[in-house]
Design a protein around this ligand. Structure first.
Ligand code: HEC
Length: 93
């Protein structure tokens, strides 16, 4: 039983990691950094979003405006990635 649990944990954490790499590539390829210095995302006094949902909404608005043509899942992955790296909101849906 324990081995199965360990195997599952490894499996899921690898997947999550793969999504993070994918999301970072999305962010880099869509040239989001042309306007955004990601370090600013860490700065609570500078950032605009106050919740994960708000931030994800901004990801969506920005990618549509810049014609990145991401799917909803991609937006969600990028929002999760930005949250893990910079925003650190605890709520995540
Ligand atoms: C041409 C410049 C520009 C580009 C390119 C751009 N953004 Fe933005 N982004 C903005 C501006 C301006 C705002 C603030 C919008 C507002 O205040 O309503 C913003 C806000 C955001 C926020 C919210 C930040 C906060 O402080 O809460 C996120 C997250 C974000 N953008 C992600 C992205 C992503 C992902 C991409 C790439 C698809 C992207 N942006 C590309 C100009 C840009």
């Amino acid at each position: 039983m324990k081995i199965i649990l360990v195997a599952l944990t490894v499996f899921f954490s690898t997947c999550e990691h793969a999504d993070m790499i994918k999301a970072k590539n999305f962010f880099d390829n869509a040239k989001c950094a042309e306007c955004h210095n990601v370090e600013d995302f860490k700065d609570k006094t500078f950032r605009k979003s106050k919740t994960f949902t708000e931030m994800k909404g901004m990801v969506s608005a920005c990618q549509i405006q810049h014609d990145a043509q991401w799917f909803d899942d991609d937006e969600h992955d990028v929002a999760l990635y930005l949250n893990q790296e910079y925003f650190h909101f605890t709520e995540k849906e």
